[in-house]
Design a protein around this ligand. Structure first.
Ligand code: ACO
Ligand code: AKG
Length: 394
């Protein structure tokens, strides 16, 4: 049986096949989350697991940031992974040189193109910034790198200017052009429009780099992909600047369930998420999609009663698909069927009346506490008066 429910509207609404690859930027944009630092050994561990999942490109860092960063990027390059290893570079020669010294396959040369950034950050005119970027693209190409040219703050850049700039980058043989939604201003409709229009004017593959300031990073990434963007950027757990980036785990499950893409090993997602939580010291919210501890936890009696019979009643996809596990929680909302299941697993076989009494006790108890663990439940069982039959199990 299929381990997830099919969305019937996919065929009714029409879903285009996607021709995509993933560039995961956890080790670069993810690490830009305030307070996050990955040591070299941690970067290696994360890179290995991204490679095992099947991510095609790993942005390992921004070598010019520090000697330690440079060393870490070098070490990732030396792992000999299947994934291509990329590094970030400003539009300056010394950043490209640092990336070359690390041995990367690919480089992301960026320049900000919006009026705001030109005026208040780069203090350059638009033609100056463009010249600077194109020279750097040329320099990187001359050194044999695969070159992504990224327009930072592309989505707040005058669209005609942006189109001309990407066209120029194409003439300079950039291998990809990147649309950076740097402050997450887009929505799915505007993203779809933007990428469709760009596809009319350039042939170079387009990358989607989305931030989550409006909580739409994933939706925008998918809208871009539907409009023909090729390279989709993600970070594990969605970590990154401010509200973060498109979460890898959410993109992967969406690609599987909505676009039939089976080339990524989803069973490793949960482990990778936990690893990144540990290394980054950034815990994910309990109710976070895919990897939150509640993603497959059930407490409500009505839900548990149904899930025990058929998990798909309240689970869109099985936890095993993403390497997670189901949890039944005991608390205020627990029903008798759930209690029967849990107590039997603990080795106690209670009569219906006893289960009813226990249910009352659980509800009373949990008015003061959010959830009850098995030991607390065991105490409640053992403290029940007039209990007739309790067969402690093995
Ligand atoms: C959208 C993004 O995510 S962009 C990436 C952001 N990531 C980071 O900033 C990584 C951490 N940064 C750092 O360690 C440092 O800022 C460094 C090493 C990159 C630069 O350090 P510093 O030389 O001390 O410069 P500082 O940070 O003060 O200022 C940034 C400089 O980069 C310039 N700059 C910014 N973007 C670009 C670009 N794309 N191309 C060329 N120059 C750029 C700025 O104009 C400024 O130049 P100035 O020093 O001549 O005024
Ligand atoms: O487009 C890219 O590859 C990176 C740009 C970026 O990090 C951003 O603008 O947020």
């Amino acid at each position: 049986m299929q381990d997830y429910s099919l969305n019937q509207f996919l065929s009714l609404a029409g879903t285009p096949p996607l021709d995509i690859e993933i560039c995961d930027v956890t080790l670069r944009d993810g690490e830009q989350m305030p307070g996050v630092v990955f040591r070299a050994d941690e970067k290696l561990d994360i890179a290995l697991r991204l490679d095992e999942i099947g991510v095609e490109v790993i942005e390992a860092g921004f070598p010019v940031v520090s000697a330690a960063e440079m060393n870490a990027v070098k070490e990732v390059c030396n792992l000999g992974l299947k994934a291509k290893i990329s590094a970030l570079s400003r539009s300056v020669k010394k950043d490209v040189d640092a990336a070359i010294d690390c041995g990367v396959d690919m480089i992301s040369v960026f320049i900000a193109t919006s009026d705001l950034h030109l005026k208040h950050k780069l203090h350059m005119s638009c033609p100056e910034a463009i010249a600077c970027a194109l020279q750097t693209v040329e320099y990187a190409k001359d050194h044999g790198l695969i070159v992504r040219f990224s327009a930072e703050d592309a989505t707040r850049t005058d669209f005609e200017t942006l189109k001309k700039l990407y066209k120029k980058a194409e003439e300079y043989h950039a291998d990809y052009v990147s649309v950076a939604d740097t402050v997450g201003i887009m929505n799915p409709r505007t993203t779809y429009y933007m990428i469709s229009e760009l596809r009319k004017s350039i042939k170079t593959p387009i990358c989607m780099h989305c931030h989550d300031d409006l909580g739409m990073a994933l939706a925008n990434t998918l809208a871009g992909a539907e409009a023909g963007a090729r390279q989709l950027h993600t970070t594990v757990n969605g970590i990154g600047e401010r509200s973060g980036n498109t979460p890898l785990e959410e993109l992967l499950i969406a690609l599987r369930l909505h676009y039939d893409i089976e080339s990524y090993d989803l069973s490793k997602i949960k482990d990778l998420s936990q690893l990144v939580q540990t290394y980054s010291d950034v815990p994910v919210a309990k109710n976070k999609a895919v990897v939150g501890t509640n993603a497959f936890s059930h407490e409500s009696g009505i839900h548990v009663a149904a899930v025990l019979e058929e998990p798909r009643t309240y689970e869109l996809y099985s936890p095993e698909l993403v390497g997670a596990a189901r949890h039944i929680i005991i608390g205020k909302h627990t029903g008798v069927k759930a209690l029967k299941y849990i107590t039997q697993r603990m080795g106690y076989y209670l009569k219906d009346q006893e289960l009813g009494d226990l249910s009352e006790r659980v509800k009373m108890c949990s008015e003061y506490k959010h959830a009850i663990n098995c030991e607390e439940l065991r105490k409640l069982i053992l403290n029940m008066e007039n209990i007739e039959v309790i067969y402690p199990g093995p």
